[in-house]
Design a protein around this ligand. Structure first.
Ligand code: IVH
Length: 670
């Protein structure tokens, strides 16, 4: 008995900790499936042993994402979740339960995709968006209206006139794969922690305090549920179609089914086809179509009885852990990576998996040779989701986090309250130095035309130890090196010379101050117009800049307090790099289209195609010839090619006309 009580308590603590990882830190450590299994096990135990019931058990509430940063608003109708199922058998049970509840009356089931984002409730009054609230704890959520207003696919004003005077529409806010990958690439370049999947990225973005950041992150939405006193139709499906006419994004992948076989067919089709969608989905939702029937079936405290989710199994595979490698990043952060016995997982061979940090390794009590489950959700590299301790080999060695830097041997530090270890030897640790110079020369920084192998070559030959040394390199130095000839040397030196014209805000980014990314550097440059101003800024002044929190402010301060850094800066200044804002240049260039891939099609009236292409480049966008799922939007003139139109529509890619495009580029300019 004591054992059972203890087991229940361990399960509760585990679930609470996973809830925290999921809702507060946006970094889940286990799959949804495993989470559900744990919750189910706890529910069953609590049912069997009611003497151990506890009102605070995680089974008694839905996880909460309420945060203190936003005003809280009570939901008029509670925001419920859905019961999850994982097999055809469970769907059949749902069908039988529904038939029974409706006393044998016929019913239709609407099948929809289960979009894997973060849920939102939108309130419209007289055709205008008045409030957007997150799910929160189901009863009250965060008021994120200002952020949601920046999402283009959410209408601020409805079209048509037959919408109810007041109604609520619920759906999912999503970050498309393309935006997610781009965001993580940027974060990786800045050595910021990566979002594990688009769902966490969408949830995290919606909870940022700066609507401008939200606007830049390209969120999308699908709406799937209407609520209100005076809905037009008496079926769920018809209401969704009406909502589409008012301007909401409603999925085309929605089907009214009459028999179980149709439902199964829908599931099997989308289990494969979903991989071609621009956004993440994790299952199918089945809903009774008639609203009258929904009311008669009713709901439990947590979820409606007239709907159910069928979750796709995340693909996972078991393999052995061969070793753990610790690598040092540009800012000195140590990342543990698992080397695995190669295993086939969703069509690719997996050899490595992320291990995050010391806590994750400890949580798994990881030993070399362990049989691990690896999963590839939406993640960039697969992650270990479970360790099979029963299959542990005898005498296997426990994995311990390194104490000294694997590159330079310096004792590692782990700041209090942080999960990551780092090497403090920033100016003497090879991967940090090389990484810093690589960032310095990168396209978005100084744009010096040379690869990372050459940086390693210069470093290994003792020619460079920091970014300022690049400007002292001579043709003679380089010609002595392998693979360097007059032509390549000239090209390189020319590119070094050109980098002296690179704008101040990019120089600032190129310095690689931890946490100061491209956007942060721009914001700093707008306030501190010269490097000298920035160097003299107080912590208080720095924290006042958008996107700069206390940690980044301290990083900036530390960077400039360091004597060696100041010497490097002085040398860079002497070499003629831009150390002050060029205000006129800033007014013409923008990064409005940064990370966006645009296809131009058709005939235009205001400007020529070439002019539009140049405009896209000037605003940091990319021109592409053909439409794919990576296309952000199509800039369409008259007579856009019918094939292109069809493809864009199929992939759900936005089509923009000339005027919309010009408005976007020129409004709020500078
Ligand atoms: S209906 C009362 N439909 O899944 C019914 N939910 O696990 C409310 N979700 O909180 C939900 N796609 O965030 C519904 N087509 C869909 C959905 C969907 C994704 C999410 C939603 C909900 C969660 C439940």
């Amino acid at each position: 008995m004591q054992n059972i009580k203890q087991h229940i308590e361990t399960l509760r603590a585990e679930i609470e900790s996973h809830n925290r990882n999921y809702y507060d830190l946006f970094q889940p450590r286990i799959s949804d499936y495993e989470f559900d299994q744990k919750l189910k096990e706890l529910e069953e135990l609590e049912k069997e042993y009611p003497q151990f019931a506890d009102a605070n058990s995680p089974t008694q509430r839905v996880g909460s994402d309420v945060s203190e940063k936003f005003a809280q608003i009570e939901h008029q109708y509670p925001m419920l979740s859905l019961a999850n199922t994982y097999s055809e058998g469970e769907i059949m049970e749902f069908y039988n339960r529904t038939t029974k509840a409706l006393l044998g009356e016929e019913f239709e089931i609407v099948c929809e995709l289960k979009y894997d984002g973060t849920s939102i409730s939108l309130i419209y009054e007289n055709g205008l968006l008045t409030q957007a609230i997150t799910r929160g704890d189901g009863t009250r959520g965060d008021d994120v209206t200002a952020n949601v207003r920046t999402i283009r696919s959410i209408p601020l004003k409805l079209t048509g006139s037959d919408y109810p005077a007041k109604f609520e529409i619920r759906g999912e806010i999503l970050m498309p794969w393309s935006a997610f990958n781009q965001l993580n690439e940027e974060r990786s370049a800045n050595e910021e922690s990566l979002f594990a999947n688009p769902r966490n990225a969408a949830a995290g973005t919606l909870k940022t305090l700066d609507p401008q950041v939200v606007a830049n992150r390209k969120l999308d939405s699908y709406l799937y549920y209407l609520l209100g006193e005076n809905l037009l139709a008496d079926t769920h499906f018809a209401n969704l179609q009406a909502a589409r006419d008012w301007g909401f994004k409603i999925s085309d992948a929605t089907k009214v089914c009459h028999v179980l076989e149709e439902v199964i067919e829908f599931i099997n089709y989308w289990d494969k086809e979903r991989h071609n969608l621009p956004v993440a989905t994790d299952g199918i939702v089945l809903k009774v179509n008639s609203l009258r029937q929904q009311r008669s079936i009713g709901m439990t405290a947590k979820s409606p009885r007239w709907a159910i989710a069928y979750k796709f199994q995340a693909e996972s595979a078991e393999t052995r852990l061969l070793s753990v490698e610790f690598s040092v990043g540009r800012t000195g952060v140590i990342t543990p990576v698992a080397n695995l016995e190669p295993v086939l997982l969703s069509g690719t061979i997996v050899k490595r998996a992320s291990l995050y940090n010391e806590d994750a390794i400890e949580e798994f009590d990881l030993h070399i040779g362990d049989l691990c489950s690896v999963e590839k959700g939406g993640e960039i590299i697969p992650k270990i989701t479970r360790v099979n301790r029963e299959m542990r080999l005898p005498d296997s060695i426990k994995v311990r986090f390194v104490e000294n830097c694997p590159a330079c041997g310096t004792k590692l530090e782990r700041p209090e309250g942080e999960a990551a270890h780092f090497c403090p030897n920033h100016l003497g640790c090879a991967p940090q130095i090389k990484g810093g110079i690589e960032l310095f020369i990168s396209r978005k920084a100084m744009n010096i035309n040379v690869g990372s192998e050459s940086i390693a070559q210069f470093y290994d030959a003792g020619l460079i130890k920091n970014s300022a040394d690049l400007y002292d390199l001579t043709a003679d130095d380089l010609l002595k090196l392998d693979r360097w000839q007059k032509k390549s040397v000239d090209k390189f030196l020319e590119s070094v010379e050109q980098s002296k014209q690179v704008a101040y805000e990019r120089v600032l980014y190129a310095l690689g101050i931890p946490g100061v990314g491209e956007t942060g550097a721009k914001k700093l440059a707008k306030i501190f117009h010269t490097l000298d101003d920035l160097m003299q800024a107080s912590l208080e002044q720095l924290v006042g800049v958008d996107e700069v929190g206390a940690v980044i402010a301290q990083n900036i301060h530390n960077y400039f307090s360091n004597k060696e850094n100041r010497q490097i800066l002085l040398r860079l200044k002497k070499h003629g790099l831009q150390m002050a804002l060029d205000e006129s240049a800033l007014a013409q260039q923008s990064d409005k289209l940064a990370g966006q891939t645009i296809v131009i099609s058709g005939v235009f009236t205001h400007h020529s195609r070439d002019e539009y292409k140049a405009m896209i480049e000037q605003n940091s966008g990319k021109n592409a010839v053909s439409i794919s799922k990576n296309t952000t939007f199509v800039l369409a003139g008259e007579n856009m090619g019918p094939e292109k139109l069809k493809k864009a529509e199929k992939l759900g890619i936005k089509i923009m006309n000339e005027e919309e495009f010009l408005n976007m580029i020129f409004i709020d300019y500078a």
